[in-house]
Design a protein around this ligand. Sequence first.
Ligand SMILES: [Zn+2]
Length: 421
Amino acid sequence: MTPEKLFHELLGLGMNWEVVESRFERERGTVCLEIAETVSLWDSVRCPRDGGLVYCYDHTEVLSWRHLSVFQHRCEITCRLGRGKCRQCGHVFRVRPPWEGLSTHFTKEFEAFCLLLMREMPVSKVAEAVGETDTRLWRMLFRHVEAAYAEADFSQVCCVGVDEMSIRKGHEYISVFADLLAKRVLFATEGKDRATWVRFIEALEAHNGHRHAITQASMDMSQAYQAGVAENCRNAQVVFDKFHVLKNVGEAVDKVRRAEVRLGGQGVWEALHKSQWLWRKNPENLTAKEQARLAKIKEKNLGTAKAYQMRLVLQDIYRSADVTTARYRLRVWCRWVRWVARFYRANLLCWMVKMADMVENHLAGILAHWKWGVTNAFMEGLNSVFSATKRKARGYRSSVHLITMLYFVAGKLRLPEFSFH
Ligand SMILES: [Zn+2]
């Protein structure tokens, strides 16, 4: 068997193409496979416009595609592609070879291999590993995600969660919509205002979903998202998910701590200085050293310790077995917070009182948690999805890059898979 025949077999070229030359270019360290069409090709090619018979019109200049390495050596396929002309309408077009991927420089197999690597590491690392530029790999990813996303079906979507992901610290955001049952990202768009919902509904309906099929919308307590649901989805119940409620109360505790440090007083600074991590943890996760410190702080009867206790109680309310108990306990919690707050100087616990107001004003949405308990896991999981997305898009912080990566990582799209056999 000649090397050309061997490569023909390995590439699975069939009747219409043949390897006319294979050579190893030592100075470039590259295996070059020159391919040409056979006459039989023209019997099977049809006009893309009207399906008419075609004949060979001319050929392109030499084009090349990066293929999988041969024994660690870079491999390139080169070919002067035939251009066909339709006998019926005269349309002239380039023949699409069977090895070509979605990007002009790579073969299908090479693209599938790069996609496999991209699942595991940042794009810049993959580029380094395979010796291609970031730009080419990103362009390839854009094409695949775009093509697969166009095929995505949202007809079963009924439980939706939305959360914001920061692009740059504190400034730009994208809103990410997820299917909480199928555990996949559905849509992402710039901004975090109510218009993001309009764009989401458009995307949903462009993929066979329906706005009134949505029965649950999980979110944080931002006005914009609530308005977005109210205006677009009449059957959706708003759910303020546990993760965001507990995040808010955690932030409130931190505000109390900072205010108390500013306020000063005997021993306050020593007690609270650099203690923020302490208050973010749950007691069972504290180290022995941290526990000792916490006990000392508690002796001083500080507002921060009280606020921390309030957070733990609220957290515990989420362990309530049913909605009736939860409603009762939340009401008691609000009353208790307000009552206790009066005993602290300088309105120190005002952040906790605000939290109590928030809980009361959003009670129905908070209690909906008990009705929809099963769907919460993915909402909380979105945060790790966001960090994985940013890690993979390292160095590329545009919304286009991040949204594409988000769909790639968590969209459950049908992308080419690399096979090892
Ligand atoms: Zn035609």
